[in-house]
Design a protein. Structure first.
Length: 387
């Protein structure tokens, strides 16, 4: 319905009205009026006729005030608003729209833009916090899958209560999520386990790009031997570290997506433990990520390499330490003393390698040869007080 107290014209309609008035008053010809408005002479003739018969109302579009033929019903709108408010309130709009289409039975389908408009008009939805960006030089992706893998960890309360660390390993060429796993914290053993799964599943990459965390580089109190770097060297992987998160933007942005999506998904499915969280990552999150966010590499040839034949996998992904043999052929390790049983030669002052597996088993080697050893008992001193 048109307003009763006047007619509201758009800027274009008002321009046409002024041009028609000038034409009817004889101040310009019809061709000039059409040229000023930007329409053909035939269209201008129809506008003049409508203006002559109905006045200004002839310039107003006939559909104004009418309900569109493709308009959704009020009940449909209320259903979408209700299901989002009650069940998907902590999902972002796209995530909620996908889950509603997959898991719910709406009264009628709507477009994503309509869904977002309804929720925004109600003041619903998560508010994004964006920091001011800086101009940076873009780095081109690697040409082949398997050349470079970006690795990082992100601590967050993914289950809404406990702080877990999510480790991601993403291929630089295709953004494929190769490994995704929760751990209590970003320890050396956690990083070694994640690398082991990558190597056994996909192969050995040429480079790993990560940050300058203590397990990856020499920083402060953690300037001792790096287990992760040593494992990479034994596998022939070059470890590249950077202090700038922007240099490994693909893995950094993956955590923004993971934190935004996983926490509401865990609430919806009642996931509270690390075991259930890792099961969801393997069965759902990785599959959905690789379907939605990956791109095609410039060259389809995969550059992952086979594990070198002389590498013992279980030893590479164990913790390795160097110790000097004492005069009595004992070795001190973790406040314990181990006796070398029947050493092949005099090993006094020689450097041997102590290998501690993730299960805690201790193995000792000298120049690649395994040494038999046994744990020495500890004797408690008896202190006597003088009388």
């Amino acid at each position: 319905m048109l307003p009763q107290r006047g007619v509201y014209l758009s800027k274009r309609d008002l321009k046409i009205h002024k041009a028609i008035e000038s034409y009817r008053e004889g101040r310009m010809c019809l061709d000039l009026a059409a040229q000023m408005v930007g329409v053909s002479r035939r269209t201008m003739e129809r506008k003049v006729k409508a203006h002559r018969e109905n006045g200004v109302l002839g310039l107003v579009h006939g559909n104004i005030g009418k309900t569109p033929a493709n308009a959704k019903t009020v009940s449909t709108k209320n259903w979408y608003i209700e299901i989002y408010s009650s069940k998907y309130f902590d999902f972002n709009f796209l995530h909620a729209f996908e889950r509603i289409r997959e898991n719910e039975v709406p009264p009628e389908p709507v477009s994503y833009s309509t869904f977002v408009a309804w929720l925004r008009n109600k003041g619903l939805g998560k508010k994004k916090k964006r920091r001011a960006s800086k101009a940076r030089l873009a780095r081109e992706r690697e040409a082949n899958m398997g050349i470079m893998v970006q690795m990082d960890g992100s601590p967050h309360q993914y289950n809404g209560k406990d702080k877990w660390t999510l480790l991601h390993m993403i291929d630089d060429a295709t953004s494929t999520l190769l490994e995704s796993r929760f751990y209590p914290s970003e320890t050396t053993l956690a990083c070694l386990e994640c690398l082991k799964s990558l190597v056994l599943t996909h192969g050995v990459p040429h480079f790993i790009l990560t940050d300058c965390a203590g397990w990856a580089d020499k920083i402060g109190k953690r300037s001792s031997f790096s287990q992760f770097k040593r494992a990479c060297e034994q596998l022939g992987i070059e470890l590249i570290t950077t202090p700038n998160p922007e240099c490994k933007g693909r893995v950094e942005r993956s955590f923004r997506t993971a934190q935004d999506r996983l926490q509401p998904e865990f609430r919806l499915h009642g996931i509270k433990t690390l075991k259930d969280g890792n099961r969801y990552l393997e069965q759902v999150f990785k599959r959905e990520w690789n379907q939605k966010y990956t791109v095609s590499a410039k060259d389809s040839t995969t550059r992952f390499r086979a594990i070198p034949g002389d590498v013992l996998i279980e030893e590479v992904f164990s913790l390795q330490y160097e110790r000097i043999v004492n005069r009595n052929h004992t070795v001190s390790f973790e406040n314990q003393s181990y006796l070398l049983v029947e050493p092949p030669q005099n090993l006094y002052k020689r450097m041997i390698t102590v290998i501690k597996s993730p299960s805690g088993e201790i193995t000792m080697k000298y120049q690649g040869q395994k040494l038999a050893s046994r744990l020495m008992p500890k004797y408690k001193r008896n202190y006597r007080t003088a009388v």
